[in-house]
Design a binder for this molecule. Structure first.
Ligand code: AMP
Length: 339
């Protein structure tokens, strides 16, 4: 049994999700201790518990300690079975993070899967659905795995209530990926989603983006959503390049001005542009798992984050690979994944 310390590094939910995914992939039992020990509310929250339940459901596995607030979990995976699954988080906890727990294991199944998840689709500290659709999944498709995520309904923090449906075709062998240059910029634009809130919030966000990014109004889009999408706002900045698309997101929040939401997203996008790296910090930590499963890969990123180094350490506990990081030039690091 592999024992993982959930308090290492960033000490957040990613340690749990990566451990469950790799336990399913390698069919090795795992025990995770001190789960989310560094957070104000440690232990399993609804989103993490749903991820554990999903890991159990797709493999008929067994979990001890799968309760709200639990700080230790023992998981014994069964064989991964494809099929139709439905998971309800019950809060605005992130649908995409639950999906990332079972997405790779379901590639091993003998038949296709359809996974419906309800909860948050655009909430802080998690990849919004647009990020998966535009940035992450196209890279996975290049690795041989066609995965399709459809956003049925937006779910913003704190209300939740969103829904995504994911179709996963079996793909037990992933091809490695080289992503050292982003290539020419093809298109850049911003989208401000607004649901049941005054439209001036979206307009002010886009005005700020126009000023900070020096973009024309043809690059700025208000996306008004109908009432059944709950209440909320998110701003996406999309940079499409020849080899990779990046998405930087600002999340509307009560008490935070539209201008500040926009500035946060623009700052991330401008840092990425200045780094000249192929992938930004979020894509970097999320690409590690598929590249490690493929057994080879390489990409350039700006400086490694704590999420990145923690995820790399957890992955190296399960798989016979080495994840090396070297400074490439003034603004970029080279990440190399080898067997
Ligand atoms: P954790 O904090 O351990 O639960 O992990 C959060 C995950 O969400 C990490 O993989 C982050 O890179 C990812 N993430 C957080 N914010 C964003 C964002 N704005 N866009 C894309 N991914 C994000």
């Amino acid at each position: 049994m592999i024992i993982i310390d959930g308090s290492q590094g960033e000490g957040e939910g990613q340690i749990l999700r990566t451990s469950l995914a790799l336990s399913l992939w390698t069919q090795q039992p795992v025990r995770i201790e001190h789960i989310r020990a560094k957070r104000a509310k440690p232990g399993l929250l609804r989103q993490h518990l749903t991820a554990v339940q999903a890991a159990v459901a797709i493999s008929k596995g067994q979990a001890k300690g799968a309760e709200l607030g639990s700080r230790a979990l023992t998981f014994s995976p069964g064989k991964v079975q494809g099929g139709d699954f439905r998971f309800a988080i019950g809060t605005a906890g992130s649908c995409t993070l639950v999906l990332q727990t079972i997405l790779f294991p379901l590639l091993l199944a003998e038949r296709a899967s359809t996974v419906t998840i309800t909860g948050g689709t655009h909430n802080p500290s998690a990849p919004p659905v647009d990020f998966l659709q535009r940035a992450f999944l196209p890279l996975l498709a290049r690795m041989g795995a066609p995965v399709e995520v459809t956003l049925k309904k937006h779910g913003f923090f704190p209300g939740g209530g969103g829904e995504i449906v994911t179709r996963i075709q079996p793909c037990p062998i992933l091809q490695g990926l080289e992503l050292c240059e982003r290539g020419e910029r093809r298109r850049s634009f911003a989208e401000a989603y607004i649901a049941s809130l005054p439209v001036h919030i979206a307009e002010r966000e886009l005005k700020t983006v126009g000023e900070l990014m020096n973009w024309r109004k043809e690059q700025l889009f208000v996306r008004g959503l109908s009432g059944h999408n709950g209440i909320g706002n998110a701003l996406g900045i999309i940079l499409e390049h020849e080899h990779v698309t990046e998405v930087f997101t600002g999340f509307g929040e009560r008490g935070v001005s539209a201008e500040t939401v926009a500035k946060t997203a623009c700052d991330e996008a401008l840092d990425y542009i200045a780094s000249n790296a192929a992938v930004g910090p979020h894509l970097a930590d999320q690409l590690l798992l598929p590249l490690a499963l493929a057994g080879s890969g390489r990409f350039t990123m700006s400086a490694p984050t704590q999420h990145f180094t923690t995820n790399a350490a957890v992955i190296e506990r399960f798989l016979p690979i080495r994840i090396g990081v070297e400074k490439k030039d003034l603004t970029r690091y080279d990440t190399l994944i080898v067997l």
